[in-house]
Design a protein around this ligand. Structure first.
Ligand SMILES: C[S@@+](CC[C@H](N)C(=O)[O-])C[C@H]1O[C@@H](n2cnc3c(N)ncnc32)[C@H](O)[C@@H]1O
Length: 201
């Protein structure tokens, strides 16, 4: 997947297609992140979540990993260098320091992976998570035909514009559970099309 082409257009295309729904999901559990000191933010795209996290929490330092150099450039412009380390890398293979993070954030990121990849990803990230680490997730769901059609259209769009190979949403919940995370709270909108979840280890 290469998001460089769509990076500068990502926010307005999102706004056009989904209004403020995704932005609300990303921000939903920010009030729960006030005690975080070390955050791992994966595939944050243009950095809107990262900027907000830093704005609300003056103590947190974050590692931001993304495959796309243009996305990382946009994120750096929004969130600055002072408290963030940016790394252009594949989250499936990059080394995470063991027992390091008390907050992990993945917004509309799990949908980039197939079942096997997601198991690998979550397993690797879990190795970097501290005991009682929080993991906030935003993701699509397909509870009905309309949602399934929309998500298929999104996969088609990302397949054409970024080369994304995945075509199907994977249920991340059993994988997070198998790594010792417990769902604490969840909130959804647009008839469960988009969900935010707060997990804790
Ligand atoms: C669908 S966008 C989501 C962006 C943002 N998190 C949001 O809430 O809209 C996926 C992001 O993950 C990045 N990405 C995809 N696969 C990746 C991987 N294997 N490792 C690191 N970043 C990846 C893409 O470059 C892109 O910035």
């Amino acid at each position: 997947m290469n998001c460089d082409l769509i990076a500068p257009h990502y926010w307005w295309m999102e706004r056009l297609g989904m209004g403020h729904a995704l932005e609300r999901r990303r921000r939903w559990f920010l009030p729960e992140t006030g005690d975080a000191r070390r955050a791992l933010v994966l595939g944050d795209g243009d950095g809107r979540f990262l900027r907000e996290l830093l704005r609300r929490n003056a103590m947190v330092r974050a590692d931001n990993v993304d495959l796309s150099s243009r996305m990382l450039g946009l994120a750096r412009r929004k969130a600055g260098d002072a408290r963030v380390q940016y790394q252009q890398a594949d989250a499936l293979t990059v080394e995470f320091p063991p027992d390091e993070y008390d907050l992990i954030a993945t917004h509309f990121f799990f949908d980039c992976f197939d079942q096997r990849e997601l198991e690998i990803l979550i397993g690797r990230v879990a190795g970097g998570a501290r005991l009682r680490a929080k993991w906030i997730v935003s993701e699509f769901r397909t509870p009905n035909v309309a949602a399934r059609l929309l998500v298929s259209a999104l996969y088609l769009f990302f397949g054409i514009t970024t080369g994304l190979k995945t075509r199907k949403l994977v249920d991340h919940r059993p994988i997070l559970q198998s790594q010792g995370f417990r769902l604490i709270k969840a909130s959804h909108s647009r008839g469960e099309l988009v969900v935010s979840e707060l997990w804790e280890r």
